[in-house]
Structure formats: structure tokens, C-alpha cells
Write a protein that binds this ligand. Structure first.
Ligand SMILES: [Zn+2]
Length: 195
């Protein structure tokens, strides 16, 4: 049976969605709020740009993250959707967690790059595929975006940190002193020669 072009494009899109779904590991980790926020910002930064014609030259346009006003304050915060987080442990369904975040952000990027076009199609699927690959390659599923929790320094560590710093400063001033000595000699000699 001959397919219409529309059908062909649709089924090509479905094929890519299938590939994207199979790219993800079977068990996805829980996505915390700080990770979701960082992932969202970095994906927008990486994928959300396009060239547009401005008079006689091409300029770069960048997509911005959505920000919302914190209630009762004058500060703004990045909007992190609840469905991106997998707080209830549901990490593997399409509607939650990493899969949902990448799907949603690929829509934002797609709508920005190709305004007024159809919502789900092969181009959108391809962007989603690239993004999923980027997330996986960047090690974000292994926790690369988790904040590093700094352990407080022990007494000995504090001491050796101070020591290192003092030694560095000493070296710096010793070398200034030796330079000063050289200069003093030079000018003493020049004065003597003139007299
Ligand atoms: Zn969608």
C-alpha cells in the first residue's frame, strides 16, 4: 500500500521516538530538583540557539529558560516542572523524570527553532534524540549534576592548608627581596660611576 507523504513522515518520526526510548537505560536514577534545574539550563544553552537574518547579516538568537516570580518577592527562579522530578520513585515512565525533562525541553527548543510547525514530527524527535544522547554522554545519569557536598576540613587539614599558603607567600616575598637587592646594587653602582 502506498503511503502518503504525511504518513511517511509520521512513521519516520515514530521510528526515531522508538530509538530514543531504547537509548535510555532500563533503570533511570531519581532526578532531584537541583539536577533538573541544571540539566534544563544546560540543555537550553547547548541546543537553544538559531541563526536569524537581521537586515543584511545573520545573527545568533538564544533561547532563554522560563523563569517565574517567587511568590511575594522580587526574585525570579527557573521554572522546574514537578513532572521532571521523580520524587515518588517513578523514574522509568515517559511522563516522569529524565525522559519527561528531555522530551519537554526538546519541545521548547523545537518550537523556538521551527515556530508554527507541527508539534510531534521527525525534526522534534531528532532533537530529542540528540539531547538524550547528550544527557547520557555527559554522565548526568551517573550524578554528574549533583552538587558536590564539601566536607568540613579537619584540624590537621586546616593547618596544612595554612602552612602551604604561608610557604607560598614567603617564596613570593623572598623573590621580591632578591629583585630589590639587585636593583639597589644597580643604582648604587650607577650613582658611584657618576660621582
Ligand atoms: Zn510531546
Amino acid at each position: 500500500m502506498k503511503q502518503t507523504i504525511h504518513k511517511e513522515i509520521q512513521s519516520a518520526g515514530h521510528k526515531v521516538y522508538g530509538q530514543v526510548n531504547r537509548m535510555w537505560p532500563d533503570e533511570l536514577p531519581i532526578l532531584e530538583k537541583i539536577e533538573a534545574e541544571r540539566a534544563y539550563k544546560r540543555l537550553i544553552n547547548k541546543f537553544g540557539s538559531k541563526k536569524i537574518r537581521y537586515y543584511d547579516k545573520w545573527i545568533n538568537r538564544k533561547l532563554k529558560v522560563y523563569r517565574i516570580r517567587k511568590r511575594g518577592t522580587k526574585t525570579w527562579k527557573t521554572e522546574v516542572r514537578k513532572c521532571w522530578l521523580s520524587l515518588n520513585g517513578d523514574t522509568n515512565s515517559l511522563s516522569k523524570g529524565w525522559r519527561r525533562l528531555v522530551h519537554d525541553v526538546s519541545h521548547y527548543v523545537y518550537d523556538f527553532r521551527f515556530p508554527n510547525s507541527r508539534d510531534h514530527n521527525i525534526a522534534q524527535a531528532k532533537i530529542e534524540q540528540e539531547m538524550a544522547q547528550f544527557v547520557i554522554d555527559s554522565g548526568w545519569l551517573e550524578g554528574k549534576l549533583k552538587p558536590i557536598i564539601k566536607q568540613p576540613l579537619t584540624k590537621d587539614e586546616k593547618k596544612s592548608k595554612k602552612l602551604l599558603n604561608y610557604e607560598k607567600l614567603l617564596k613570593k616575598w623572598e623573590s621580591k627581596m632578591s629583585l630589590a637587592n639587585t636593583k639597589v646594587k644597580i643604582y648604587k653602582r650607577r650613582i658611584k660611576n657618576l660621582k
